[in-house]
Design a protein around this ligand. Structure first.
Ligand SMILES: [Zn+2]
Length: 454
């Protein structure tokens, strides 16, 4: 300013307000300096990529839009070189005289700034001195080719042909613009094909208030102490039942603890069921047929969810069935029969058979979500081999009996409510009419509620 003043070039001096970008961490102003860098062409591939992505199935389908929106928003090619110390080195040497870039033969990792170049003379001017590149790649430059690495691209043609494109890319919503997009771009550029058949995109885990976790905000929840306190099965079960696939979810220890109570409930149910023998066959009563019908419809629901990789569906279906139908109603309805109090041997065996059938199927349905506790119970009760070598159960029981579910739940709840209102214990005798529709279950219902005829 002094120099300008001396030369008489200053017209006026005034204060103005202007925006200055600052560093996210240190908060110091950022100075923008134009520099030469490497770019990977992407704009000219955008239309092709959009067409190609229709070959991949998205779970959930609505998250396809995240990728398409990103492709549509691209304005420049992808700058791939960085001035960082810890990253993948860019394998290029430059002629010290004419600057001609030289790329070494493929097949191994190069560190051009530290190694002797694998060339004798410059291919352009014949000079014999080279300068190694000291820049590194953007981190997504090599994480974007993981599907090529695992399918042995350029290393084993037969294996590659058999395994590429790979079945599934599971990943978070927050890296669609980076990991997913760059993988699609790079693999398409190299192979002409999409890298995956299916893309699975989960939501983001937020803090208790629904805010994104970040180091600078200090609201990051460390999963390790939670895993140590509640165990992997409870944590996994909580995670599966907390939100439908693709939706963001809040992480709260209270909710993890609450969701984990289902695992305790399951262990208690297994302990009860394990106190009875396992008959190979039995003449089923209507109550048994009813719970097996509900079981079949739960298996179907689980299959639908697993086919979509949406673990929310089986987690909720198994919990509701196990806790709210099997434990609350069937186990209570069949208890006197299972203990043989006032029932024939055949009826008792039918209860034992059904209890074990249902427990086995619950374990199989839940095994992908809570693998440890289900395997533990399975090996204790049913097999020397792991539950994870078993086939998924089929909905093999007649589902027509599910038409009674609503009435059964309503009737039982009514009886419990009346007894509670009258200050009676659940075992005390009560005079109440069993609805016509539920007559086929009356023997179990009478025993369960101690219903006496007037
Ligand atoms: Zn040269």
């Amino acid at each position: 300013i002094e120099d300008l003043n001396k030369m008489g070039l200053i017209v006026k001096i005034e204060d103005i307000m202007h925006r200055t970008p600052i560093c996210e961490r240190s908060k110091t102003p950022i100075e923008i300096i134009p520099m030469q860098d490497y770019y990977l062409k992407q704009l000219e591939f955008a239309e092709d990529l959009k067409k190609q992505t229709t070959k991949m199935k998205f779970h959930p389908e609505q998250h396809r839009k995240l990728l398409l929106d990103w492709i549509n928003s691209l304005k420049i090619d992808w700058p791939i070189s960085r001035r960082r110390y810890y990253a993948t080195e860019i394998p290029i040497w430059y002629c010290a005289r004419c600057g001609e870039p030289h790329v070494p033969p493929p097949g191994r990792y190069y560190r051009p700034w530290a190694e002797k170049p694998p060339f004798e003379r410059c291919k352009k001017c014949g000079h014999n001195e080279f300068i190694g590149e000291d820049k590194t790649f953007d981190t997504w430059m090599d994480s974007s080719i993981s599907p090529l690495f695992i399918t042995k691209y350029t290393r084993d043609a037969k294996f590659f042909k058999k395994t590429y494109p790979v079945t599934l890319r599971p990943q978070g919503k927050d890296i669609v613009r980076t990991w997913l997009y760059y993988t699609v771009l790079r693999c398409y550029q190299l192979t002409g094909k999409m890298p995956f058949k299916r893309v699975w995109i989960s939501g983001t885990g937020l803090d208790e208030k629904g805010e994104k976790m970040s180091k600078s905000k200090g609201n990051v929840i460390d999963p390790v102490p939670i895993l140590e306190k509640y165990g992997a099965d409870r944590f996994r079960f909580w995670c599966a039942q907390e939100s439908s696939l693709g939706e963001d979810f809040r992480i709260s220890e209270e909710r993890i603890e609450a969701a984990g109570r289902f695992i305790t409930k399951l262990v208690n149910i297994a302990r009860y069921v394990s106190s009875f023998p396992q008959p190979r066959r039995a003449a089923l009563t209507p109550t048994d047929k009813w719970i097996l019908a509900e079981l079949s419809s739960t298996v179907r629901r689980c299959l639908e969810g697993y086919k979509e990789f949406n673990f929310f569906i089986p987690a909720v279906a198994v919990r509701n069935f196990t806790w709210r139908i099997f434990a609350d109603h069937y186990i209570e309805m069949s208890k006197q029969r299972a203990y043989g109090r006032g029932f024939s041997e055949s009826e008792q065996r039918a209860a034992w058979f059904t209890l074990h059938q249902v427990l086995k199927t619950i374990l199989l349905m839940l095994a992908p979500i809570s693998p440890f506790v289900t395997d533990y119970i399975w090996r204790k009760l049913y097999s020397k081999k792991s539950i994870h070598t078993e086939k998924f159960p089929k909905p093999k029981w007649d589902r027509r009996y599910t038409k009674y579910t609503k009435e059964i739940i309503e009737f039982n709840s009514t009886v419990w409510k009346i007894k509670k209102e009258r200050g009676m214990s659940l075992k005390e005798p009560i005079e109440i009419e069993i609805p016509r529709k539920l007559r086929i279950f009356q023997k179990d219902l009478k025993a369960m509620h101690n219903i006496i005829s007037s």
